[in-house]
Design a binder for this molecule. Sequence first.
Ligand SMILES: CC(C)(COP(=O)(O)OP(=O)(O)OC[C@H]1O[C@@H](n2cnc3c(N)ncnc32)[C@H](O)[C@@H]1OP(=O)(O)O)[C@@H](O)C(=O)NCCC(=O)NCCS
Length: 144
Amino acid sequence: MSLTVRRIPHGSADYAAAVNLRRAVLRTPLGLDFTSAQLAGEAGDIHLAAFENEDLIGTLLLTAHDDTTLRLRQMAVDPDSQGKGVGAALLAAAETETRAVGKTRISLAARVSVQPFYARNGYVAVGDVFEEVMIAHIVMQKTL
Ligand SMILES: CC(C)(COP(=O)(O)OP(=O)(O)OC[C@H]1O[C@@H](n2cnc3c(N)ncnc32)[C@H](O)[C@@H]1OP(=O)(O)O)[C@@H](O)C(=O)NCCC(=O)NCCS
């Protein structure tokens, strides 16, 4: 597979494709959707997408958190492309972007079902399991 990961601008056609993927993977299965206010609120975030040729097959975003940390959110890989290293490549690119803006840590709320995926990529669980959008989550962090 010929995989590239790059930043995509908020509001672009690539961003629209990323939102469609996030909706299909993360929201529709729960009977939920994004509000226009939520999407508008992402204008200041760093958006990354993975492409196979020119097909967008994975995405995540990075949100300002504090002086040292970015928060990684909304990670989704197309079901047909899962288990092939796309998620790991997106995390590696997120870590490069985080260093590039002078931050030293990534924090995220992992679905407990995919905690092993993040652990394998160096993320450490902190705190207790909590519920968000009806799913058990746990905060995980990686110091870069
Ligand atoms: C979690 C996710 C982003 C990982 O991306 P990916 O491209 O599949 O990840 P990689 O190929 O780099 O790594 C795959 C590993 O992640 C883990 N993993 C991925 N999806 C998993 C799932 N649904 N349940 C349990 N483990 C999972 C497995 O350990 C897998 O290893 P294996 O291939 O040996 O089975 C992707 O599977 C996904 O979008 N899942 C659905 C949405 C989701 O859960 N997003 C994260 C919310 S916190």
